[in-house]
Ligand binder design. Structure first.
Ligand code: SF4
Length: 325
């Protein structure tokens, strides 16, 4: 299966280490719709850091890596096997790391972990900006037959080529993510869009949102969940975001300073726009578009395909799935 990938970021250097963080209980920041309803309970991350260096990303605040470093967790597959084989519940795993495209092509930590996940029929949610996921469609098809929770979610900000170059130039082009989505959907696997981050006054216009929903509906997208841009009150993520804004959208700087006021020593994961009217209007706009294009605004877990072979694990899994609601 062919894939396009994003442009290679040659500034990034790779180091290798062994760590239990490759597979862990969830806890890191993710959008409300994934965190609070406990969509997933475990997180599989074979890499620390990311070569894509999107300007809004909070990886800049990751003190465990040097700037421009990505760490390869060499023990991932053995560790995943050890942990999963001892797990009593079939709880959903969130898998990220496809965005470390070149490292993953060499190391195959995700591919080999997927083989373990398939062996144990674990429910899985994949989140990525890369079409490298297509490399593993053979395993995903098999997993889809054995578990009743498999979703492949593509993170997309919008479909505007200039915005892609300004904010996430090293990522796989959004139109290629849509193509990958269509292939995943045609394989019978549930797929959707994590519309995040929504960039106020940039990617939230009626024109951009309408184009995204329209294309999404034609490429097999079942659901779109969204999260507005978060900006830290201070620190490197804020600096990088505002530097980029000054370069490309100087007229928006004042508006953004209102939405994201400066706060001393406020690094962590930032905050969404401090404007409830803005947030309500965005939510309304997205709900209307969802209805218009027949796209859910939630990951739909009510359409499991159950066959006789997997009934033995379904009862356990349904127990854990009920936690989602
Ligand atoms: S692809 Fe995701 S993790 Fe990587 S830099 Fe961009 S936002 Fe951050």
């Amino acid at each position: 299966m062919s894939y396009e990938l994003g442009e290679e970021n040659k500034k990034v250097s790779y180091t290798r280490y062994s760590t239990p963080s490759a597979y862990r209980e969830s806890g890191a920041f993710l959008p409300k719709k994934l965190m609070y309803p406990k969509i997933y309970l475990y997180r599989l991350s074979p890499y620390m850091g990311c070569p894509k260096r999107c300007v809004y990303c909070f990886e800049l605040h990751n003190s465990w890596i040097n700037p421009d470093e990505v760490k390869i967790k060499t023990n991932t597959v053995e560790f995943v096997r050890d942990k999963i084989s001892k797990q009593k519940q079939r709880d959903v795993i969130l898998l990220d790391g496809y965005d470390c495209e070149r490292a993953e092509i060499k190391e195959e930590l995700i591919r080999n972990s997927l083989k373990v996940i398939l062996e144990y029929r674990m429910p899985l949610l994949i989140q990525t900006k890369s079409d490298l996921v297509l490399r593993d469609i053979d395993i995903l098809k098999q997993l889809n037959e054995k578990t009743n929770f498999l979703h492949v979610a593509f993170s997309i900000t919008d479909l505007n080529h200039s915005h892609h170059q300004m904010f996430e130039a090293y990522t796989c082009a959004p139109e290629n993510r849509l193509k990958a989505m269509k292939t995943i959907s045609n394989a019978g696997i549930s797929t959707g869009i994590h519309l995040m981050p929504v960039l106020p006054y940039i990617s939230d216009t009626q024109e951009e949102l309408e184009r995204l929903f329209d294309k999404a509906s034609k490429n097999g997208c079942q659901y779109i969940i969204y999260n507005p841009l978060r900006v830290a009150g201070s620190g490197p993520q804020r600096k990088k975001w505002f530097d980029t804004l000054r370069e490309y959208f100087p007229s928006l700087v004042k508006k953004y300073e209102k939405l994201y006021p400066y706060e001393k020593d406020a690094y962590k994961f930032g905050h969404v726009p401090r404007d409830s009217t803005y947030l309500k209007e965005l939510s309304k706009k997205i709900a209307i578009l969802g209805k218009k294009y027949g796209i859910d605004n939630n990951i739909n877990i009510s359409r499991p395909k159950i066959d006789k072979d997997k009934k033995s694990i379904t009862s356990k899994k349904q127990k854990s799935l009920s936690n989602f609601m």
